[in-house]
Design a protein around this ligand. Structure first.
Ligand code: BUP
Length: 462
């Protein structure tokens, strides 16, 4: 009987990198605890997208509920219900605008409480919606934040935004106030953090939500106890509540792969572990001169590649791709030689990373991409651009030894050099001493991730 079943409400922030793991968590909860009622809440456009891009069987047992949101009321274009639809500089406006969801979310919990005859057992919300703790308190529900990024990236990012330590020194390197052993280099700060002074819109939003997150009852995080020891130790030091790693929580194959047969067919015809998959995620791009450096470095490395490519910084992300952004006749040459494929649009990333021909991932190190790659045993060439990506790359290279950084920095100023691209890509893809060691470490991490989800139970199952 529905009336006797416990109800859990999930509430992700409106960004692909947040919605994907929340949907995966919802599916996981229903699979592992079949008696739970699971409701996933988002804005109308996002609910529509989730319905059309997910496999119906996995979603059939999850209740999808939308709450109204008007981007135009905040000076945003009507399609701005997700960060992927707007240029990076407007994301902070969307973050602030998302605060206006509180009354509608509260009303939804009220409605659910009426329908079920009691409030939900638990509200699991995004860390950007830490304000939802007030709603949970009002209804007497347990409140948990689900961090969709890693423990190290989350802790370093939060610490930097809370204390802005780079403003108190002129030196290029400085320690984090709570963690003197963690040294951050100025080049690892995204532009909006470098410019932050504590009164700017980014600081205002993030400092508010970070401070509220210490009021939550528990933190669930998409990472693995045995993989992120340092990061989890740090996060547990700054949070007063229990921290439960449940990763890797990954999406199930989606209907997004439909229409991408040509990509999978091309991969089928390549030798094992020979292809470098390249993607900068759902909301970042690099500058046109950097695209050229990357293309030239790739060509010189004589490595097969599959590159998810979007217009460079400063151009409409959804606009037409122009050949002039790449070296002359690059796309035709690669196609004629059969060495490289450019994907103009959405790629079936998890399927690509799971394919035996994929041997490396040149990634911006968004946390979902990191988990997807490592869980499939694919080493990473890191080109982090923003936020936690810079710290994900740092910990993966320094502690886990599963990646090599090829460039870093914010989107406008990240510098890559074709010679460095060629060298690093060869090192990782063509089995030099360092490449072999990286593959050994990635295999180890893949094993730990698998163990965490073993019945028996593994650490994430617990
Ligand atoms: Br692009 C792209 N196909 O073509 P991250 C992304 N994805 O399946 P983000 C595709 O989107 P942050 C594509 O598999 C992953 O699950 C990908 O999440 C999928 O990066 C997700 O890696 C991307 O966390 O966010 O979205 O840029 O700001 O958190 O780094």
């Amino acid at each position: 009987e529905d009336g006797e079943r416990q109800h859990v409400v999930l509430f992700p922030f409106m960004a692909q990198g947040h919605i994907t793991p929340f949907v995966a968590l919802a599916e996981l909860l229903r699979r592992r605890c079949p008696t739970l009622i699971v409701t996933l809440v988002s804005t109308p456009l996002n609910i529509q997208k989730i319905k059309s891009s997910s496999c119906p069987p996995s979603l059939s047992s999850i209740r999808l509920r939308s709450i109204p949101f008007s981007p135009a009321a905040h000076g945003l274009p009507p399609e701005a219900e997700t960060t992927g639809a707007i240029p990076f500089h407007q994301i902070v406006t969307l973050l602030h605008a998302s605060r206006s969801l509180q009354p509608a979310f509260e009303q939804l919990i009220e409605d659910i409480t009426q329908e079920d005859g009691r409030p939900p057992l638990c509200i699991i919300a995004d860390n950007f919606f830490a304000w939802s703790v007030h709603v949970a308190r009002r209804f007497g529900a347990f409140h948990s934040i689900f961090f969709t990024s890693g423990a190290y990236g989350t802790t370093v990012d939060s610490s930097l935004w809370t204390h802005l330590p780079h403003r108190k020194t002129n030196s290029d390197e400085f320690p984090l106030p709570e963690f003197p052993d963690t040294i951050i280099h100025r080049s690892q700060l995204p532009k909006h953090l470098l410019m932050a002074d504590g009164t700017d819109p980014w600081s205002d939003f993030l400092q508010g939500q970070i401070s509220l997150s210490s009021e939550t009852d528990a933190v669930i995080i998409n990472t693995v106890e045995e993989v992120e020891k340092t990061g989890l130790r740090m996060l547990r030091k700054v949070l007063p509540c229990p921290v439960w790693p449940v990763g890797p929580v990954l999406s199930s194959p989606s209907s997004a792969s439909a229409g991408n047969d040509h990509i999978m067919k091309w991969l089928d015809s390549q030798p094992p572990a020979s292809v470098l998959y390249i993607s900068f995620g759902s909301q970042n791009t690099i500058a046109a001169p950097q695209m050229k450096e990357l293309a030239m470095g790739l060509e010189a490395s004589r490595t097969r590649f599959l590159w998810v490519i979007r217009p460079p910084v400063g151009f409409d992300v959804k606009g037409e791709f122009k050949a002039e952004w790449l070296p002359e006749k690059f796309e035709e040459r690669m196609r004629d030689e059969g060495t490289g494929v450019l994907v103009h649009g959405w790629a079936p990333q998890l399927e690509i990373l799971s394919h035996a021909s994929t041997g490396g991932f040149l990634s911006h190190c968004g946390w979902n991409s990191v988990l997807e790659s490592l869980s499939r045993g694919v080493p990473i060439v890191a080109w982090p651009l923003s936020g936690d990506q810079l710290y994900n790359a740092k910990i993966m290279e320094e502690e886990l030894g599963v990646c090599v950084e090829v460039a870093r920095g914010n989107m406008e100023s990240s510098k890559a050099d074709r010679v460095v691209v060629e060298k690093v890509v060869k090192e990782v893809m063509h089995g030099g001493q360092r490449g072999k060691e990286i593959r050994r470490r990635v295999e180890e991490v893949r094993g730990l991730m698998k163990e965490a989800w073993r019945d028996g139970p593994g650490s994430s199952v617990k």
